[in-house]
Design a protein around this ligand. Structure first.
Ligand code: COA
Length: 164
């Protein structure tokens, strides 16, 4: 299993997963419009040519905003989400990104658990932010641990990432 940059060739599989999961799925064109931008970082987890998951982030100076994260419905709860998100946090460092924001449906417990496990902290709420169905958005933020903390106790998200 490898984590790598998303390419145009992945979009067939990525949008097939997207359609299975979301009520307002991103189209191929939607992904494509970001793949060509240098302020966007889109990654996939791949195994033997199959896309198991994907995530995306927009970058503004030292801050990132996660736009997408999903794991194939048949491959959940295997640690793929965490493998992918921890990889994104590590690679974000190469872009000089030290603070990352996201929003998540209040009732999306698997995603909230994943973010919590990766060190995101809840820091806001937007009422009725989502539609279809209407739901509050929980705002969460991750801040890169100081180097001493990351190297010390070994509990930070900057630890060496191993496969799940
Ligand atoms: C959220 C999502 C990406 C998680 O991917 P995943 O590969 O199943 O996650 P992992 O296996 O790495 O699990 C990460 C943590 O979440 C927990 N978790 C995952 N699914 C869970 C579930 N259904 N219920 C409770 N906890 C869950 C895991 O137990 C793990 O926590 P732990 O380390 O304490 O055991 C996946 O459920 C998904 O694609 N959901 C649909 C898309 C979505 O909602 N994206 C988020 C939009 S904001």
């Amino acid at each position: 299993m490898t984590l790598r940059e998303m390419t145009i060739d992945d979009l067939e599989q990525v949008t097939a997963i997207e359609k299975k999961i979301f009520s307002d799925p991103w189209s191929k064109e939607g992904f494509l419009s970001f793949l060509i931008k240098d302020y966007a970082m889109f990654l996939v987890v791949e195994e033997k040519g199959a896309v198991l998951g994907y995530c995306g982030m927009l970058i503004m100076q030292e801050e990132g905003d996660i736009t997408n994260i999903a794991v194939h419905p048949g491959r959940r709860k295997e640690g793929i989400g965490r493998f992918m998100l921890e990889g994104l946090l590590r690679i974000a460092g190469d872009y000089g990104v030290n603070t990352i924001h996201l929003e998540v449906r209040q009732g999306n417990l698997p995603a909230k658990r994943l973010y919590d496990r990766c060190g995101f902290i809840q820091d806001g709420l937007r009422r009725n932010y989502y539609s279809d169905p209407t739901e509050n958005a929980v705002l969460m933020t991750w801040v890169r641990p100081a180097p001493a903390a990351a190297n010390g106790e070994g509990t930070g998200t900057n630890d060496v990432i191993s496969e799940p």
